[in-house]
Write a protein that binds this ligand. Sequence first.
Ligand code: BGC
Length: 442
Amino acid sequence: MSKDGTNALERFLSDLESLFSVTPQEVREIMFHFHEEMRRGLAGGKSSLKMIPSFVGRPKGTEKGDFLALDLGGTNVRVLAVALDGNGNATLAAVSRFVIPSETIGGAGDKLFDFIVDCIQSFLKEHHAGMPQAYDLAFTFSFPVVQRSVSSGELICWTKGFTASGVEGKDVVALLAEALQRKGMKSIHVAALANDTVGTLVAKSYADPSCDVGVIIGTGTNACYPEKVARISRLPELRASGEMIVNIEWGGFDKLKTNVYDNLLDLSSNNAGRQKLEKMVSGMYLGELARLVIVEMIQKRLLFTEKSLPAFSVAYALTTEHLSMTAHGSDFFDDFGLADVQEADRQTIREICRIVSTRSARIAAAAIAAVVAWMDADLESNHTVAIDGALFEKYPGFQDNMTDMLFGVFGDRAKKIKLELAKDGSGIGAAIIGAVAASARQ
Ligand code: BGC
């Protein structure tokens, strides 16, 4: 490449770095706005943070029993059998995973629920000889739901590309119960409904009482924490003392500095104007952000050749797994029909992936910093943050980038915050919630 070309490339990449930068000072500003939105959300005012009361607190570790758990939140349905021994130990006795066909994700809502019930039936066939006598089922439903009780709630709006019709505004437990009826599975009773973040927090705190934040950083992103009931003024009927877990729905936070790629992505999404933070952080969107950068660079002749443009013209063709491959030192060029890629282009691609994923980790850290500081402004106590999701678990360097930002913001006090992987927590946690709900019924 000519000297000018090199300079143009360097300039482009350095502008890109600024467009995606997040500094510790900016994080402090984000935290300030986050707290304002939390306050407004808890009071039931207009806020980009929904702050949804879950009607459950953290468990005691003494909950007992065998439960079925159903987990719907991404492109898979998982069915799990969970055994709780009453001593803080939860065992995953069996688990099956089913891929949801894309026509079901975007089709009629009752077909989606029929599909879910088919998954439960296959699971029971495989893992339990004959039909069960009766089961309590805990339902992890990883979308924004206005929870009405521990076992009911209406879907506010789909996220993460789901568009199944006739579900928004409806009680998802009632829809599941109707599908169970349709398929003749009357012996299954839906005992609990939980967001995946709530399940994750509950599962981790079953054994570790210092755990007070549950986070998902995967296809979507969100968090929850235990709030003093007295501060949840949107529910004045809750006079009780004590705490209740609040599902923040932080994916909706909209007080962030966006750039041209964020705006393009948002405008062409099926939920434009919503889930602004999620679109900058979660696994569903990082590949698309990188793709938009790549397309512009090809058009400006800063990357590959023009012939490669059609391969990158398909929205969402580049995934976060592809980005992760570059961070592992391999590449994704085969999937895009590119042979003989120049070393300079490989390096440029690695840079783009690094820039996009680093911002994601920093914003995720900013949101965690805000939640922890809300509970404990001076970081006087230890806080275990239970985190599930492939981006956090598998993306090389992601956890380090988060930790670096926490130290950038809190200095040495950041040692009080432990980020811990909590794999499969959401299903187990829902089972624990089911145990609490079932014992309250007796
Ligand atoms: C949903 C949340 C969920 C998160 C992680 C978001 O899109 O709105 O309810 O917790 O994804 O799965």
